[in-house]
Each structure stands twice: as C-alpha cells, then as structure tokens.
Ligand binder design. Sequence first.
Ligand SMILES: Cc1cc2nc3c(=O)[nH]c(=O)nc-3n(C[C@H](O)[C@H](O)[C@H](O)COP(=O)(O)OP(=O)(O)OC[C@H]3O[C@@H](n4cnc5c(N)ncnc54)[C@H](O)[C@@H]3O)c2cc1C
Length: 413
Amino acid sequence: MKRVVVVGGGVIGAACAYYLAKAGRAVTIVDSGAFGSGCSHANCGYVCPSHVLPLAGPGVLWSTFKTVLKRNSPLKIRAGVVMRDPGWFLGFARRCTRSRMLRAGVPIQALLASSRGLFDELMQTESLACEWEKRGLLFVFRSHAALEHYAETDAILREQFAMPARRFDGPALNALEPTLRPGLAGGYLYENDAHLRPDRLMSEWRRVLLHLGVEIREQCKVEGLLTSAGRAVGVRTAAGDIVADDVVIATGAWTPHLARDLGCRVPIQPGKGYSITYPRPAVCPTIPMIFEEDRVAVTPFATGFRIGSTMEFAGYDTTLNEDRLTLLTAAADRYLREPIRGEPTGKWWGWRPMTPDGLPLIGPAPALPNVMLAAGHNMLGLSMAPATGKLVAELITGAKPHIDPTPYTAHRF
Ligand SMILES: Cc1cc2nc3c(=O)[nH]c(=O)nc-3n(C[C@H](O)[C@H](O)[C@H](O)COP(=O)(O)OP(=O)(O)OC[C@H]3O[C@@H](n4cnc5c(N)ncnc54)[C@H](O)[C@@H]3O)c2cc1C
C-alpha cells in the first residue's frame, strides 16, 4: 500500500486525506498543533459557490485606500508587512482589472461548484453531523447607493458565471428575513449557498478519517522534507522522520515557512480575520447574511450565532484584539432588530492563506514531483475543500482530474 503524509490538519488537509484514503492510500496527517485548530476552526462556515470573484478587482485599490484610512476600519495593512513582501502587494495591485478578475473567476468557480456538489454527497454518504443547512446566503445593504452599486456585481455574476441571485427591495427584504431592521435598502439572495459549523465539521472529519484508517499525529511539527534523487521520501519532524511515497503540503498560511524545502515561491500572506460566537439568540435570523457596507458576516447555527470578518495584513501576529470583536458585534446591531447580547461562547482569530491572484496552489512542487501543494485558499478554504481534496487524490493516483488543474499550478509564480 502506498503511503502519503499530509502535512497540516485543517479542512484542506482533512479533505485530501479523505479522498486519498478512499483511493486506497495509507495516509498519515501530521499537524504542529491540534487537528482542525487553525483557520478551519471558527470561520463563518459558508459553503458559497456564489463567491466566484477574487478579492482583486476594478476599483479595489481605491476602496482599499479609503477604507484603510478610516478609524476602526475592517481592513488593516501594516506598512512593515508591505515593505517585507512588496512583491505580494504589487502582484495583487496588478490584478485589479476587470479582465483579470473575470479570468480568475473561472477556476475559482470550478472549485466552488465541484465542492458544493461534493458536500451534498459527503453529507449523505458520511452522515456528517455538522449543522449543515441549505438556506442560501443573503447580501444585505443599508443604503440604496450600495444596493445599486452591487447590482453591477450581480450582473457580472449572472451574465458571465450563470450565478443568478434574487433581489429583495425594502419591505420584501423584511418579509424574507424578519429579524432585519425595517428601513434597509434591500438585498440579494444566492439560493444555492449553504452553511455548516466548521468546528463540528472538523470533528466529523476526524471520526470519518480514523474509521478509514488514517493516522492523525498532533503536536508534531514538520521541519522539512526528506529528499533523494529529486524526489521526497518523507518528512522530518520534531518527533522523528516519517517515510512516504508522496507528500501533501496543506499548511495554509504557514506554507511559506516550508518554501525553501519546496524549492519554489509560495506567495501567501496571512490575512487575519476574527469571529465571535454567541449562544443562539431567542430571535435568530434563519439565513446567513453578509452586511456588505460594514464587511461583516453573520451565521446562524443550530447551536449558536457567529459574527465574523475583518482582514488584517499584519504578518504572523497572534494577538486577539478585543476591539475588533466589539466592532463586529456593533456592526451586526446596525442591521438586526434585536441586538445580539449575552456571554460569548467563543472569541477567535485565524490566518486566511491569501495569494495575490485569489487562486490556491494545487499541484506538484516544481522541483519535487511527488510533493503536492494544497494551500493558499484565501477566504474560501472551507468552500473549496472537497474539490481540492479530490483533485489532489486524482493527481497523486494518476486518475483523470475531474477539473483542469492547470490554473492552480505553483509554476505560475
Ligand atoms: C474570520 C474568517 C471567516 C472565514 N469564513 C469562511 C467561510 O465562511 N467559508 C470559507 O470557505 N472560508 C472561510 N474562511 C477561510 C477559511 O477559514 C480558510 O481558507 C481555510 O480554513 C484554510 O484551510 P487550511 O486547511 O488551508 O488551513 P488551516 O485550517 O489553517 O490548517 C493548516 C494547518 O497546518 C498546520 N501546520 C502549519 N505548519 C505546519 C508544519 N510545519 N507542520 C505540521 N503542521 C503544520 C497548522 O497547525 C494548521 O492546523 C474564513 C476565514 C476567516 C479568518
């Protein structure tokens, strides 16, 4: 039986391990911390095929500039981070054109659409108890100007990506989601989006993976790759070497730390985001919502209510800034009829693995054909996980890839 080591036990590593084990490989997951404790732990839980467009788009540089200057801005960029890695930020800036945005949307959509179908399949075949719900995703706007501005994005999604939304104006929005305050301008509903509770998903992956015979080694940092004759023969860890026929690198925002061993550029910046989770309120929204003007997302779970967002390019900063959490709750209050109160059950931050072009790196490391990269999933790692895992398994076993892997290659940087 061929052996694969998957480095990183986040949602991407878990999905890779799942499809590899299903394809008959003996799989070991190695994580420097606890399985599922990275960025995959307390994100907003959206499985959102609607999020086709990358962050880099026309007008983004100007709006970023304006937002960064604001006090209490949901977006922060530390000057030192830009100075240390100007290439990343220049690469992002270069991609802020309509044509490049539309071009990037095609491979993003391929992963999202495939994953959405695979999630349905997984829920059925593995009975994952992770509070999976198919209620869509509602973009909500306070001002008419912002609603009309979004109509342009909606037109792009509808015309270029066959991703239509239903528009709800004023009172129709309140009829759809009565927990919203009256007087909001309107919203767009993407009916095919779904959501789940990310920490529950990770515990369910653990159950399923262990059942499939996958070994999970925690608190075990991979320090480098073992190589021989231009191939990897395993990984070097603090607790000894692990030999393998193939290696998968699913280390999210930490992946640049392994760049020297991988022998290629890994342009990933940690994009820090926060979430705060409350007990489920008595009057709880039924639909997950994004409050676009405030860049805040809310997710109703059967067992709680999460508010999340913010984007900080602050390097590998590990502080939990309570002010950010207060701002999240205050922003949600501006949209909801009943303010969210009570003792939070969770306060969290995570590093999104951000690439300049919004696409993940999936495929062999240029110098080591049996080391498969699966990292850099930006703001959509949960939504892209099953398709990534399936694609990685296909590339390793030599099966026909179910989506074209070319756009995700590490060779592009
Ligand atoms: C506030 C917020 C909200 C979000 N909401 C959504 C959402 O609604 N939908 C969505 O699709 N995405 C969302 N995301 C993005 C999503 O969370 C990430 O894209 C995804 O979790 C990345 O998964 P990953 O497996 O690549 O990384 P991680 O989950 O971070 O896993 C990487 C793992 O690698 C391990 N590791 C690192 N280095 C080593 C090493 N040397 N040796 C061994 N192990 C190592 C780490 O310990 C970690 O466990 C959100 C992110 C944030 C911050």
